[in-house]
Design a protein around this ligand. Structure first.
Ligand SMILES: C[S@@+](CC[C@H](N)C(=O)[O-])C[C@H]1O[C@@H](n2cnc3c(N)ncnc32)[C@H](O)[C@@H]1O
Length: 208
């Protein structure tokens, strides 16, 4: 392991995080190995989002999720990430219709109701995208569309993700359809880390 995984958790700003992922991009896939989140999340997308739908892979990294969605027959997946270096590797996979550079947690440059599905794997973790990202992700998802993301169970409980997810449910922005059983993240360097896949359906807007 290159130690890059530890460095990204210590980033103090989005700029620093992006720079650290830029440096890590070349060895990211070798370092993390065949980790569990991408496949489980892609299978959840398959259950809820039509293959012809417009999908955003938010925090696409080097494109592992886009590749799995492409293998499952999805025809229009766009990638979004804050790291140019990671996006270059995603582009090389040729599985994304478009790639976008941007920061989750800030206003997103997509019109309201743009996507049928959004998937985010390994992005809502310590020092990465904040829970407020969900407000914008819900805005750019069509009513009836789905947001699929991974979270560590203990991170969900110990941070404001729990409150934010509940707040969006209480406000009728989305409803939680599914929280998977915890499964092994299969991180070579970090055995015993569990993940869950969440699936939320975005509801018709009652306010703007
Ligand atoms: C652990 S990697 C996961 C990449 C990919 N989804 C996967 O499963 O392999 C996290 C990715 O999220 C991106 N990221 C972290 N925080 C972000 C933010 N606030 N906005 C956009 N991208 C972010 C990083 O640049 C990195 O590519």
């Amino acid at each position: 392991m290159s130690g890059k995984v530890h460095e990204v958790f210590e980033a103090k700003s989005p700029q620093e995080m992006a720079a650290r992922y830029d440096e890590w991009a070349g060895s990211y896939e070798d370092d993390l190995g065949d980790h569990g989140g991408p496949k489980e999340a892609a299978d959840s997308v398959l259950r809820y989002v039509p293959k012809t739908g417009r999908i955003l892979d938010a925090g696409c990294g080097t494109g592992l999720v886009g590749q799995l969605l492409s293998e499952r027959g999805f025809v229009h997946v766009e990638g979004f990430d804050m790291s140019k270096g990671m996006l270059e590797h995603a582009a090389a996979k040729k599985c994304y219709a478009e790639l976008h550079l941007g920061v989750l947690g800030e206003p997103l440059a997509f019109p309201t109701g743009s996507f049928d599905g959004i998937v985010s794997v390994g992005v809502f973790v310590r020092a990465h995208a904040p829970s407020r990202s969900f407000h914008e992700l819900a805005r750019i998802t069509k009513p009836g569309g789905h947001i699929v993301f991974t979270l560590r169970p203990e991170f969900y409980l110990a941070t404001d993700f729990k409150e934010t997810i509940a707040e969006l449910s209480a406000k009728g922005v989305w409803r939680v359809l599914e929280t998977s059983e915890p499964f092994d993240g299969r991180y070579t360097e970090f055995p015993g880390i569990n993940l869950q896949v969440w699936v939320c359906e975005v509801l018709a807007r009652t306010e703007n």
